[in-house]
Write a protein that binds this ligand. Sequence first.
Ligand code: KE4
Length: 430
Amino acid sequence: MSQNISKSKELFSRAQQTIPGGVNSPVRAFKSVGGTPLFMKSAKGAYMYDADGNRYIDYINSWGPMILGHAHEAVVAAIQERAALSTSFGAPTELEVEMAELIVSMAPNVDLIRMVSSGTEACMSALRLARGYTGRNKFIKFEGCYHGHADAFLVKAGSGLATLNIQTVPGVTAGASVDTLTAPYNSPEAVEDLIKQYKGEIAAIIIEPVAGNMGCIPPEPGFLEFLRNICDKEGIVLIFDEVMTGFRLAAGGAQERLGVRADLVTYGKVIGGGLPVGAFGGRKDIMECIAPLGNVYQAGTLSGNPIAMIAGYTTLKTLKDNPDIYTALDEKTARIEQGVRSVMDKTDIPYVVNRLGSMISVHFSNTRVRNFADAAAADNARFNKLFHKMLDRGVYLAPSAFETWFVSSAISDEDVNATIAALQEGISEM
Ligand code: KE4
């Protein structure tokens, strides 16, 4: 039962004439799941509408930002009103101060915060800052984690690189990645070995406190605490990349939800409410090394852009003033998990559901999925087939087994029921 997607097909072939691969970000290209990427025309609440008018229950939500659902009245009104006052100044504004104060009031132990325009910029700047603060060069990242596309991070990274199976990225020079050390997620032993081998040389450990770029992989009990302790002992800066988890797992993100404090935190996605925003912040003594206070240079023409700020501010303020949104998000996602289990338990297909809060993923694996190797070893061809079975039934999952599904607060019980019904039908056809 496939939808008519002739307009998307036409737009995709046209797009490929002027845009590499027809998309402005590789994960949108449906490369691993196959088929034609759908071109979206509009969205409202929990639903996206493609160029052919087909409606989809949205589990992408712009890869996380649309936590309140699409075209949220307050966010749209705030953007419309602000746009009339000019879209950019290139000078400081009161709105940026209000945004910084709001984030500091919501996020644990963020003394100072600097706005940028993407998660990539946030992570790139946080790493430079950690290196500048410690005077050390090397850092540890985890296989399958994705921290944006700055050169040093494109080593064993997740998200689109895992989806496209890009092991080494042409153009990332040895010089840019020589100081990048990698360890399997959830492996304290591997981290200990690296720290022993490079004693005194490691500036930072950067981690997605709940991994979302190899499917959803929560930290094993004690893993984040282990990282916190070893960083304290070794004078290493612990960076939580909360671009995905920030303001999603809780108002205070993973730091609040999991009770582990980082030294620096990076944000993106939700803090822009759909507009291009990233940020990095944390301990005062570290953040004070950033220009113009210190010499760790970082800058951006549109950093703190007023339209992006008002979209992010309105989103965060709505979340802060309505904490029951988080309870509801968790409950809805728990119902999705229960529904998946009720369908899958009636089959002989091995599967794993990984979930923490409103981050969830399904892996067709007969072992636990606790790191990238486990996620890569799953029957991802089966996921790719299921993706289209769901899409044909009006349910838009993340188009890769190496991504997390994102739930918005606009999803209704009926939408969850429809999702599970589509899964039931789809699986029975496989
Ligand atoms: P951006 O530069 O795409 O705003 O953020 C990079 C980034 C950093 N850290 C984490 C934990 C992230 O998840 C991301 C971006 N996530 C992907 C999806 N998994 C963005 C989607 C895309 O690349 O189009």
